[in-house]
Ligand binder design. Structure first.
Ligand SMILES: *Cc1c(COP(=O)(O)O)cnc(C)c1O
Length: 549
């Protein structure tokens, strides 16, 4: 420990006494800290003479301490013990692949296994550590190599460091005044992401998830067309229509409803056999909306659909948008990561013509949750659409250039600095690292596809474009079935396989229906620590779990 650091509050108070004696140049903060109540500091509780039971006394002191301020004497040991515990169990052990992915407990029983009760009197540090162990034990290990359940997984070491730094500094990114470094860091990261898309200027936001980013896109499209709406509200609006594919993420509908557009006015465009938006049907539906007297507003195309991983034909959709004067949004929440790869970025060809793009670094690029962005080709629209000019926060007579205060461009007020973890990863690995990560994931996904392509009982649903591999597994006893009968059997089998894998805790993969298709499984990978051995494990484990079905 550096010599000039405080090692205890005792030293601090000693030094303060000296400073008190020294009458020269006393600054006001020092006076204030003298006046700070110190009722529970160690000099009063821990060093009391004649203490019979020091441990008991310390535990009482811990319980009594309500103050939201870390002190070396009271908290340093807790921090180190906690950090060690989290490092060993939640970081290294849970990602090693040796433990289970999940210790399944039924929701009705979990409260009897983990003490979630909220006490009137605080508990001791020891009890907090015990609870921490339980929380880790019964939480799903999303960094486990066999957690392939969702569009996020893995525990990136640099991302985690950034995440911890975020929490230690606890900033709120709305003004340069309280977040100088992170205000500029956000600007730089968002600018670089736009450059990857192929844009020179523009602007962007960090958002609490891709769903919200899609909602922002709808609102911006609407503001762009109807700048007075912000003032006058919805009553004067024509019936606006948003077009997206039937395989698009549900957030387009959800946020359209939230914004007063309504489910009925989200027109779902048909997809082809590979799950890509059919441009001919888009044209038909736009014409239909016009015929109905509605006002087509925007198209939300998807680059990497959530289930199948299809890339809509962006270049052609851009043409359609241009022709009809529609806002062109690309939801690349999932597939956006492919842009960092020289090999795969062509999948998103045409994205450069978009008005707005949703891109979640917490998905394909494996930044910790949450890290989502909305990127815009336009400039000035964010302030125009969202700015409200709260005078207590965004004062117009600041002493520095207040254009660095980004908060009013968002709908949120206080906002977590989600940029730090991503910046850390980018700095540590470089663009080359991101590219290698994405290329490795694509290669593994292709390897898995080839494994199941030639294996008995396995049926690939669509030829993968992205990382997603959609498949069914037909257990030996069902292989004589065909048509409807087979489909019905498989529809029931997927949930049973899933239940067995959750109870065994050996892996987590998701199943779903889509359009009128019965249940099937979807493999998705974001953890570039995985190898071909893991792909073989997934295949053999599903076969094992389904053996007697
Ligand atoms: C995951 C996903 C979203 C939503 O992102 P969240 O961060 O989970 O809100 C939106 N669009 C697509 C295509 C997605 O896959």
């Amino acid at each position: 420990m550096p010599a000039n650091e405080d090692t205890s509050n005792d030293e601090t108070s000693l030094r303060m006494k000296h400073e008190r004696a020294d009458s020269s140049a006393e600054s006001s903060w020092r006076k204030m800290s003298e006046e700070r109540p110190r009722a529970n500091s160690s000099s009063l509780t821990l060093n009391l003479p004649g203490l019979v039971n020091g441990t008991e006394e310390r535990q009482r002191a811990e319980k009594r301490d309500f103050r939201s301020m870390p002190r070396r004497d009271a908290h340093e040991k807790l921090f180190r013990d906690f950090f060690e515990l989290v490092l060993q169990r939640a970081v290294f052990q849970s990602t090693s692949g040796k433990d289970r992915v999940v210790e399944w407990v039924d929701p009705y029983d979990l409260r009897s296994v983990v003490d979630l009760s909220l006490p009137a009197e605080g508990v001791s540090h020891e009890e907090l550590l015990t609870l921490t162990r339980d929380i880790i034990k019964y939480s799903v290990k999303t960094g486990h190599p066999h957690f392939v359940n969702q569009l996020f997984s893995s525990l990136d070491p640099y991302g985690l460091l950034g995440q911890w730094l975020t929490d230690a500094l606890n900033p709120s990114v709305y003004t340069y005044e309280v977040s100088p470094v992170f205000s500029l860091m956000e600007e730089d990261v968002l600018r670089e992401m736009r450059a990857i898309i192929g844009w020179q200027g523009g602007e962007g936001l960090f958002c609490p998830g891709g769903s919200m980013a899609n909602g922002y896109a709808i609102n911006l499209a609407r503001h762009h067309r109807y700048p007075n709406l912000k003032q006058s509200g919805l009553s004067q609006m024509p019936r606006l229509v948003v077009f997206t594919s039937e395989d698009a993420h549900y957030s387009v509908k959800k946020l359209a409803a939230f914004l007063g557009i309504g489910y009925d006015n989200v027109y779902l465009v048909k997809v082809d056999s590979r799950g890509k938006m059919m441009v001919s049907d888009l044209e038909t539906q736009i014409a239909q909306a016009v015929k109905e007297g509605a006002a087509p507003l925007m198209v939300s195309a998807t680059a990497g659909t959530t289930v199948i991983g299809a890339f809509d034909p962006l270049r052609e959709i851009a043409e359609v948008c241009k022709k009809h004067g529609l806002w062109f949004h690309v939801d690349a929440a999932w597939g956006g990561g492919a842009l960092v790869s020289g090999t795969y970025r062509d999948l998103l060809d045409g994205i450069q013509f978009a008005d707005s793009v949703t891109w979640n670094p917490h998905k394909l690029l494996a930044a910790p949750q949450q890290c989502s962005t909305l990127l815009l080709r336009h400039e000035g629209l964010l302030q125009a659409a969202h700015g409200c000019g709260a005078s207590y926060l965004f004062q117009n007579d600041k002493f520095y250039d207040a254009s660095f205060d980004c908060g009013d461009r968002h709908v949120q007020c206080g906002r977590r600095a989600d940029v730090i973890k991503f910046w850390y990863m980018w700095k540590a690995k470089g663009m080359r690292g991101f590219e290698a990560h994405v290329d490795h994931l694509f290669a593994l996904s292709r390897h898995f596809t080839d494994l199941i392509r030639i294996r008995d009982g396995w049926h690939l649903l669509v030829e993968p474009e992205c990382i997603n591999v959609c498949f069914r597994y037909i257990p030996p006893s069902k292989r004589h079935l065909a048509g409807q009968e087979l489909e019905q059997a498989l529809h029931k089998i997927a949930p049973i396989i899933k239940e067995r894998m959750v109870r065994a805790g050996t892996m987590l993969i998701t199943y779903q229906t889509l359009r009128n298709m019965p249940n099937f499984f979807r493999l998705v990978l974001q953890n570039s620590g995985l190898t071909e051995v893991d792909m073989k494990f997934f295949v053999e484990e599903i076969e094992r779990l389904a053996m007697d079905l």
